[in-house]
Design a protein around this ligand. Structure first.
Ligand SMILES: O=C(O)c1cc(C(=O)O)c2c(n1)C(=O)C(=O)c1cc(C(=O)O)[nH]c1-2
Length: 224
């Protein structure tokens, strides 16, 4: 099960998407980066919401105690901390006003659909499928490290403080990915359960891919 999940994640992850490749090769214009940061903010805002749906499906106190950390990682314990606040600082570092992000002024329709689709998936599916859909996080720490290497070299105009989000996600993503993998391995016993876990991860890869498709096409004049 673990090998299949890892193989699927590695072969379908959005680090292969042309937009991410261009980002990591330093080919994005400041405005393309702003479009990405502003649209990814919609994803960031909805991660704790989908995690709250998952929390409500976990039947043991130990599982809930552990999963609730993810909400705290994003929301912080005050307005001045947490992943959402760090993403807003990334927004400022790339030249966006906070309210452009908080009011989702640049939100593209396809990004809204992809993110809402992910939240709905976690709302309506089983705990196994919802947790399995988070397993793209097995690949996320590496993409954060790639950005921490590429951004200072390729986009030196972005202040280093703006990159703190990526730094903090490396250990958080490692911890979250390995926890979710342990649970999915324990819960996916039958062939049908294993199929469902793989399908959930595949769906999540599609969510991330579609999000970037929309961001990529925003620059070619085909969207509003
Ligand atoms: O920038 C990225 O490429 C990326 C990808 C992913 C992912 O693989 O789902 C997440 C994140 N970032 C991220 O920052 C994050 O907090 C996160 C939470 C989750 C999740 O599904 O629970 N994925 C991701």
């Amino acid at each position: 099960m673990e090998a299949e999940l890892r193989r699927l994640a590695a072969s379908r992850y959005h680090d292969r998407h042309p937009f991410n490749r261009r980002m990591h090769e330093g080919d994005l214009s400041p405005d393309e980066l702003r479009t990405w940061v502003a649209n990814r903010f919609y994803y960031q805002c909805h991660i704790p919401i989908k995690d709250a749906f998952i929390l409500s499906k976990l039947e043991s106190a130990a599982h809930r105690r552990s999963w609730i950390r993810r909400i705290q990682d994003h929301d912080g314990t005050t307005d001045a901390e947490g992943g959402i606040e760090r993403w807003l600082r990334l927004g400022e570092a790339v030249g966006l006003d906070r309210c452009e992000l908080t009011e989702h002024r640049r939100l593209l329709p396809g990004v809204r659909l992809a993110v809402d689709g992910y939240v709905n998936f976690c709302r309506t599916r089983s705990a196994l499928e919802a947790v399995a859909s988070s397993l793209t996080e097995l690949c996320a720490p590496q993409i954060m490290l790639t950005r921490l290497d590429a951004f200072p070299r390729c986009y030196p105009w972005i202040a280093a403080e703006g990159l703190e989000y990526f730094q903090r996600r490396v250990p958080q993503g490692r911890r979250d990915g390995s926890e979710a993998l342990t649970w999915v391995k324990q819960w996916a016993i039958t062939a049908e359960q294993q199929e469902r876990a793989l399908a959930a991860l595949s769906f999540k890869c599609d969510v991330l891919w579609s999000l970037l498709d929309s961001v990529q096409h925003a620059g070619d004049g085909s969207t509003r």
